[in-house]
Design a protein around this ligand. Structure first.
Ligand code: ADP
Ligand code: MG
Length: 279
C-alpha cells in the first residue's frame, strides 16, 4: 500500500505541520540538516532517522528539565558541588551508589541523621538531582510543607487522592522531619504518607534528631514506633555527625588553619559562628 502523498507537496506548510505534530526540534534543525543531506547525497531514510533522533534526544532533555522544575530541588546542591572529604564516616562510593538510584526501584528508603550543618540537605538533594538526571521523578519538600499540603487535602476529604498523586514520584525527600513538634493531626497525615509508600515508593528523610528522640517530636508513641519501623525496614541510614560544614567554612574564612576540628582556642569563635549559622 502506498502512503497518500498530497501533490504537489507543499514545503511551505512544513512549519505549520511540524507545529501541529509537536516536533519543535525537527522544526528547528531540519533546514540545516536538509542542506547537509542534499550536499552529501544522503538517502532519504538517513535524513529521516537523523531528524527522529534529534527530536527524541531533545524530548528527553526537555522531560528532565520539566522534572527538575517540578522537583523543587534547590539548584546548586549537587554532587558536583559536594565536598566528599568533608563527610567523615560516609564513604564517597556509598553516596555514588545511592546516586545511581537502583534502590528506588524497590521502594527502599534513605535516612540522613545528624546535627545541623552536617550536609544532610545537600547530600539528599545531590542524590535527588542525580536521580532526575537519570530520568526518575523526585520531589523535594520540607516536611512541614508536606504536612500542610496533606492536612489541607484531608480537610477537603481528598487525602487519598493527594497521596495517590504523589505516587508518581520515585522519591520524595522530606527535609527536617524533626524540625518542629508535630501535633496528632500532623503526625497522622505524615504516617499515612509513610504507610502508603512503604515497600513501593522511596522516601529520603533528613533528621536533626536520632530515632530515640523522635518520641518528643511526634505525640503518639505507637504511631512513632510504627512509622520508624516502616521507614527503617529497607533503608540506608547515613549517620552524619560531623562538624557543621557552615561553621567550618566560616572558620576557614576567618583563619585558614581553623578548618580542622576546633581546638580549645578556636572554640569561642566557632561557637559564635554556629549560633549565627543556626539563625
Ligand atoms: P544540614 O541539612 O545537615 O543542616 P546542609 O546540607 O544545609 O546541612 O549544609 C549546610 C551548608 O553547608 C549548605 O550550604 C551546604 O550546601 C553546605 N555543605 C554541607 N556539607 C557540604 C559538603 N560536604 N560539601 C559542600 N557543601 C556542603
Ligand atoms: Mg538541612
Amino acid at each position: 500500500m502506498t502512503a497518500p502523498v498530497p501533490r504537489p507537496v507543499d514545503v511551505h506548510a512544513l512549519p505549520a505541520m511540524l507545529t501541529a505534530l509537536r516536533l519543535p526540534s525537527i522544526q528547528r534543525h531540519w533546514p540545516a540538516l536538509a542542506g547537509r543531506a542534499d550536499a552529501e547525497g544522503w538517502p532519504a531514510s538517513r535524513f529521516l532517522a537523523a531528524l527522529a533522533e534529534i527530536e527524541l534526544a531533545d524530548r528527553d532533555a526537555r522531560r528532565i528539565q520539566r522534572h527538575l522544575r517540578e522537583s523543587g530541588l534547590p539548584g546548586g546542591k549537587t554532587l558536583a558541588t559536594f565536598d566528599f572529604k568533608a563527610l567523615a564516616g560516609v564513604p564517597r562510593a556509598r553516596i555514588e551508589a545511592l546516586a545511581a538510584g537502583d534502590w528506588v526501584e524497590t521502594g527502599a528508603n534513605l535516612i540522613a541523621i545528624g546535627n545541623s550543618g552536617a550536609g544532610k540537605t545537600h547530600v539528599l538533594c545531590a542524590i535527588g538531582h542525580a536521580l532526575v538526571e537519570a530520568g526518575r521523578r523526585v520531589l523535594y519538600t520540607r516536611t512541614t510543607d508536606m504536612v500542610q499540603r496533606l492536612q489541607a487535602a484531608r480537610r477537603d476529604l481528598a487525602l487519598e487522592a493527594a497521596l495517590a498523586k504523589l505516587d508518581k514520584f520515585d522519591l520524595i525527600i522530606l527535609d527536617d522531619i524533626t524540625y518542629a513538634q508535630k501535633d496528632q493531626a500532623e503526625s497522622s497525615v505524615l504516617f499515612e504518607l509513610i504507610a502508603r509508600r512503604y515497600e513501593t515508593k522511596s522516601l529520603a528523610i533528613a533528621a536533626n534528631q536520632p530515632f530515640s528522640a523522635w518520641g518528643s517530636v511526634f505525640p503518639d508513641q505507637a504511631v512513632t514506633v510504627a512509622a520508624i519501623d516502616r521507614l527503617v525496614h529497607h533503608a540506608t541510614i547515613l549517620e552524619m555527625n560531623g562538624d557543621s560544614y557552615r561553621r567550618r567554612a566560616a572558620a576557614s574564612r576567618q583563619s585558614p588553619e581553623a578548618v580542622a576540628p576546633p581546638t580549645a582556642s578556636s572554640d569561642n569563635i566557632s561557637d559564635k559562628l554556629e549560633e549565627e549559622a543556626a539563625q
